[in-house]
Design a protein around this ligand. Structure first.
Ligand SMILES: Cc1ncc(COP(=O)(O)O)c(C=O)c1O
Length: 380
């Protein structure tokens, strides 16, 4: 028994993706920048992958896609470029640490950062974000889907206002791509980040889509790879896998989303019966099909997670444990979730390899663990 319900952390490699990568971990190899036939073959494979990534996000040309090694790198690069241009940022409080981290006062003492809080359901109000834009704003950032709660954000509305004022908008779509339809033209953003390992592609492959004309200063310099925008020898096997993962996600998007939403709904309905006090964060808000953020009053999520892990179930806590103290997740805090409820919150994220029997087996285990831990004296 047991199952993996932590697909927002990372996903297993699709066997079809692995099959496409294997030759490039074996007899096929080459530096994509080399002029000889080994290099040319590698280059062709990389450019094929770039076309597939571009197609999945609706880019006008594959040349708009910059490959990076991670979503973190792509987000950091955009923020670093903006930091070099000036001081005022408007970001949602839901952003991933790879967007917020470089803007922390200790790292960017001169940056003025307006952090826009979400509502209680985990959704940013577009009007509030637009109001915060100023003439000196160098970058706005609004993710497409939050990694902890799964809520979808009003990116197109904010992007339209940003465009009208000439303010570049970064959209972190790492959790959204491969789960919901993503189109950079419809969204109207200037930068969009994608990570292969969140949708059954390999680790070490990610992309930054950059609207032509949007500011971008290279982060890694030296070689002429990626049209001089990111020096480093191309990670050919990972990029090949990334391309195939994009192609499969595009072809199977509707079917996958339907299956995942059915698992999520089955889980939440059964849990509400088995564990009547449970609170589902973001319920009723537009959200990703596969993410469920649930709170058990009176429990400490870390204890719950460890107990479930011992029984073979992988889930996640949306909070960091610093020096022995359990800290509520900054995202839940920004949503105004009371501290004790935030401390009792678990993130369950389903994947294409999960099935209904796993969900049915999991719910009673989870409900019992939550009940027993809530009854136990708190170890504070
Ligand atoms: C919303 C979001 N952005 C960015 C990242 C960072 O991606 P990577 O793990 O590829 O650095 C993650 C991954 O956890 C994420 O969930």
């Amino acid at each position: 028994v047991g199952a993996y319900f932590d697909h927002n952390a990372t996903t297993p490699l699709d066997p079809r993706v692995r099959a496409a990568m294997l030759p490039w971990l074996g007899e096929r190899f080459g530096n994509a920048s080399s002029a000889h036939r080994w290099g040319q073959a590698a280059r062709e494979a990389v450019e094929g992958a770039r076309e597939r990534v571009a197609a999945l996000v609706g880019a006008a040309s594959p040349l708009e896609v910059l490959f990076t090694a991670s979503g973190t790198e792509a987000n950091n690069a955009v923020v670093a470029d903006a930091l070099a241009r000036g001081g005022h940022f408007v970001v949602s409080a839901l952003e991933h640490p790879s967007v917020l981290g470089p803007l922390e006062p200790s790292r960017a003492p001169r940056a003025q950062v307006a952090r826009i809080a979400p509502d209680r359901r985990g959704r940013i109000d577009a009007g509030r974000m637009i109001e915060a834009l100023g003439d000196d704003t160098v970058l706005a950032a609004l993710m497409l889907a939050n990694n902890e709660i799964g809520t979808l954000q009003p990116v197109a509305e904010v992007a339209a206002a940003c465009r009208a004022r000439g303010i570049p908008l970064l959209c972190d779509a790492v959790q959204a791509v491969g789960k919901v339809a993503v189109d950079v033209q419809e969204l109207g953003v200037d930068y969009l980040t994608v990570g292969a390992h969140k949708f059954h592609g390999p680790l070490g492959a990610a992309a930054l889509w950059i609207r032509p004309g949007a500011p971008f200063t290279p982060f890694l310099v030296g070689g002429s790879q990626e049209r001089r925008r990111r020096a480093s020898t191309a990670n050919v096997p990972a990029l090949v896998g990334f391309g195939v993962a994009c192609e499969l996600a595009g072809a199977e998007l509707t079917e996958r989303a339907g299956r995942l939403a059915a698992l999520r709904d089955r889980f939440e309905a059964a849990l509400a019966e088995a564990s009547p006090g449970v609170v589902v964060h973001g319920a009723g808000a537009p959200r990703l099909p596969h993410t469920s953020s649930v709170a058990f009053p009176g429990t400490v999520n870390q204890e719950l997670m460890i107990r479930l892990d011992l029984e073979g179930w992988a889930v996640s806590i949306g909070s960091a444990c610093a020096s022995g103290h359990v800290e509520p997740s900054p995202v839940l805090r920004a949503m105004g979730v009371p501290g004790d409820l935030a401390i009792g919150t678990l993130r369950i994220s389903f994947g294409t390899t999960n099935d209904a029997s796993e969900v049915d087996a999991f719910v009673p285990v989870l409900a019992r663990a939550a009940r027993e831990l809530a009854a136990a004296p708190a170890p504070r």
